[in-house]
Design a protein around this ligand. Structure first.
Ligand SMILES: Nc1ncnc2c1ncn2[C@@H]1O[C@H](COP(=O)(O)OP(=O)(O)O)[C@@H](O)[C@H]1O
Ligand SMILES: [Mg+2]
Length: 224
């Protein structure tokens, strides 16, 4: 589905992404793991074409549509969830009739159906779920979710992880950035552990690891 080969991004002297290579297979939930500043968001932004790479290659399967949920979702505050999706759908040139049909379904998926609340009054969890719904507009095969559980309480995180598990079951490929390892362990199949823009270790759930992902992460990154 996606292959990144020797990706490089420099900001002046800082090498944010340093010769990073990984592959994501169709239908899997793949995690980019690492502490703050590891280079996860920069990697995602290069894949999306939002940040220009300084080196390397990004190989995407042909005609793949990508949905994206950013690290800090922002929506026009006076719109309702429905209106936000209608607005973003119109930008994507999804015909009006189709929008009328799919938006209630997307809101239902995100647990926001029949909700007339304006975005400015949304909880953090509702915002993150609306961002997920927005990323599903246009029915993309690949979803890239940057910190989808950031700032959520335990229940909110559980709901989000259930939603992501449901996406996998419906055949989507998902890339998640996170440093909340218990969430990742629940829903992801594989991942890489990054530090200073490079891969330090890989994790594969099917290896039936003796150690928890958290232990593997701390062993890799170097804890206290
Ligand atoms: N626009 C930018 N200008 C300068 N430095 C940046 C910029 N974006 C990110 N960085 C730096 O690149 C590194 C990686 O950042 P980022 O990709 O946001 O990490 P993560 O998402 O893993 O927390 C950090 O040291 C960050 O300060
Ligand atoms: Mg980030």
């Amino acid at each position: 589905m996606l292959e990144c080969k020797e990706l490089v991004k420099r900001y002046k002297e800082k090498c944010a992404v340093d010769n990073l290579s990984f592959k994501v297979n169709k239908g899997e939930v793949f995690a980019l793991l690492g502490s703050n500043g590891a280079g996860k968001t920069t990697t995602i932004k290069m894949i999306l074409g939002l940040v220009k790479k300084d080196g390397g290659q990004i190989i995407l399967a042909d005609d793949i549509k990508i949905g994206y949920s950013p690290e800090t979702p922002y929506f026009p505050p006076f719109l309702t969830g429905y209106e936000v999706l209608d607005y973003y759908g119109a930008i994507q040139k999804i015909p009006k009739d189709e929008r009328k049909n799919i938006i209630p379904k997307l809101l239902e998926t995100a647990g926001l159906e029949n909700n007339k609340t304006r975005v400015k009054n949304y909880s953090k969890g509702m915002l993150q779920r609306l961002a997920l719904a927005q990323s599903l507009l246009g029915d993309p095969q690949l979803l890239i979710l940057d910190e989808p559980t950031a700032g959520l309480d335990a229940l909110g995180r559980l709901e989000m992880m259930k939603l992501i598990g449901g996406l996998k079951n419906s055949g989507k490929t998902v890339i998640i950035n996170s440093h909340i390892l218990s969430d990742i362990e629940r829903v992801c199949d594989r991942g890489i552990i990054m530090k200073n823009g490079a891969v330090l270790n890989t994790w594969n759930k099917s290896d039936n690891n003796e150690k928890s992902l958290e232990e593997i992460f701390i062993d890799t990154i170097g804890g206290i």
